[in-house]
Design a protein around this ligand. Structure first.
Ligand code: ACO
Length: 282
């Protein structure tokens, strides 16, 4: 198994799940430049690590993250344009480009505080589950900055404009149930069930063909900004590419299991992974 040693990030791999944990609990996992460097590297390595089939992003010590580190990311870099640019580049890389386009399914597991800049990684992941007791806050308005980097953009894309404006302009904290109601997360669960519920979702994702899952999430993300003709064309091409890239040959395997073997109902369950006829594997 690959070794992951970082100052501000902890990586654990258990039963197919890679846990990418922001690890500055004494600072409520506020994101320092070093945390960004560590997480950018770690997520890049987890993406090709065969032991991690689903990646969960979370925070140590009972909190997700208190946002950018106001001291180390802002104040200390004010007069250091080179380091500031470098930190910004890595911060944006992992919190958006990397997670948004990730080859593997990703889940944000939110507990405690999720504030300001932490909304980027919250909304870049494919799925998000929070403790009902979690506290979300777009606090930027309270101390004179915008929901910057891409925060204003990603909340506007993710939730209805009235909710986005309300919470961005007032900065009011809200809990897990409210986050679910406005579409910021998939669902909220009791705090003591958070990890088990996250594992349950990861296990369901691991039962799907990785190639089909990857193409499906890319397709759902990409078609949002296409017109209808572009979407038809893109989806047709993407559908063809699955047939080439899917090691499970899900389409033919699924047809065989449903039509010939009558061994499953695709409306309710995934076909059985690893059951491709051996002569078709060659
Ligand atoms: N940046 C730097 N340090 C922070 C941050 C932060 N964003 N958040 C917490 N810390 C530090 C505190 O300064 C404190 O350090 P100290 O022990 O050296 O004094 C330590 O973490 C613990 O913080 P407390 O405030 O004592 O913890 P508490 O649990 O009472 O409150 C809370 C947590 C609500 C998150 C509070 O710390 C807070 O409001 N932090 C600021 C959150 C914020 O507005 N983030 C947005 C930043 S802007 C952006 O992300 C773009």
């Amino acid at each position: 198994m690959a070794e992951y040693n970082y100052e501000c990030v902890k990586i654990e791999i258990r039963d197919g799940i890679g846990w990418a944990i922001m690890n500055r609990p004494e600072k409520r996992n506020a994101m320092s430049p070093q945390l960004h460097y560590d997480m950018d590297d770690a997520l890049g390595r987890l993406e090709t690590d065969p032991d991690a089939r689903v990646v969960v992003v979370t925070g140590a010590g009972g909190n997700f993250s208190a946002g950018q580190d106001l001291k180390k990311f802002f104040r200390e870099l004010e007069n250091d344009p080179f380091e500031r640019k470098k930190a910004q580049r890595h911060a944006n890389s992992w919190r958006w480009q990397r997670l948004y386009n990730y080859d593997k399914p990703t889940i944000a597991m939110i507990h405690g505080y999720c504030v300001g800049g932490a909304f980027m990684q919250l909304l870049a992941t494919d799925f998000a589950i929070a403790a009902k007791t979690a506290t979300f806050s777009l606090s930027e308005v309270n101390w004179g900055i915008l929901p910057g980097a891409l925060v204003a953009k990603v909340i506007s894309d993710a939730i209805l404009p009235r909710h986005a404006l309300y919470y961005a302009c007032l900065g009011d904290p809200f809990d897990g149930d409210e986050a679910a109601r406005i579409g910021m997360i998939n669902y909220a669960v009791p705090e003591d069930e958070l990890e088990a519920e996250t594992v349950k979702l990861a296990e369901r994702l691991m039962k799907k063909s990785p190639a089909v899952l990857r193409a499906t999430k890319q397709a759902v993300r990409q078609v949002r900004t296409m017109d209808f003709d572009q979407a038809y064309d893109y989806l047709a091409a993407k559908g063809q590419s699955i047939k080439v890239g899917d090691a499970e040959d899900s389409y033919n395997t699924g047809l065989r299991q449903f039509l010939d073997e009558k061994s499953y109902k695709p409306t309710f369950e995934p076909f059985k992974l690893g059951t491709l006829l051996s002569d078709q594997r060659d």
